[in-house]
Ligand binder design. Structure first.
Ligand code: FE2
Length: 189
């Protein structure tokens, strides 16, 4: 069985070490046995954002993407460690255009992630996430800060103009309930 408390403790230790490799190893262990992980956090049945842990120094989310979902471009302003336990998460990376004429950001590469893959995104990364599959995809997203309270940006998908991040807009676009509705029941913590 996946031990959520141990996972959070291991992440704290790895983040304290400031070692990206240590953080990656903790996440790689967590997603190496998806069946054990899902027995603890629940089988994904619909698109959702489930808060596994939230504190000023660390946030852990279980993110389930709908089939063919494409998110708005957004930033995090903290490091993100992403581990895929089912399906795919394709990243499209963006960079700011120093002197924009129309769009404020431009495409800057991509990275495909499949089940068992782990990646670390630096604090300044801007990305869109794509689930290219006709089924749900699931991943654990960990951030080295208070992600749900962080002031950050999103970019309008049509105009690519920067705006303050609004989780209500993003959740509505993604057909997801807001994360507060999807916390683990206290009895299972
Ligand atoms: Fe993101």
């Amino acid at each position: 069985m996946f031990d959520l408390d141990q996972f959070i403790a291991d992440l704290h230790a790895a983040l304290t070490e400031r070692s990206h490799q240590a953080v990656k190893e903790v996440m790689a262990r967590a997603v190496s046995d998806p069946a054990a992980l899902l027995r603890r956090i629940g089988d994904p049945e619909k698109p959702s954002l489930q808060v596994l842990f939230s504190a000023p120094e660390l946030t852990a989310l279980n993110v389930v993407w709908s089939p063919k979902q494409v998110t708005l471009p957004h930033d995090h302003r903290m490091a993100a460690i992403i581990g895929i336990y089912g399906g795919r998460e394709d990243n499209m990376f963006w960079r700011r255009i120093p002197i924009p004429s129309t769009f404020q950001i431009e495409a800057a590469g991509g990275q495909a992630l499949g089940t068992g893959d782990v990646t670390i995104l630096g604090r300044d990364v801007i990305h869109s996430v794509i689930n290219p599959l006709n089924k749900l995809s699931g991943a654990i997203h960990v951030y080295d800060g208070d992600f749900l309270a962080q002031q950050r940006s999103m970019w309008d998908p049509e105009t690519l103009v920067e705006a303050p991040y609004d989780i209500a807009v993003v959740a509505a676009e993604a057909g997801m309930p807001l994360p507060a509705e999807h916390q683990l029941p206290s009895s299972s913590r």
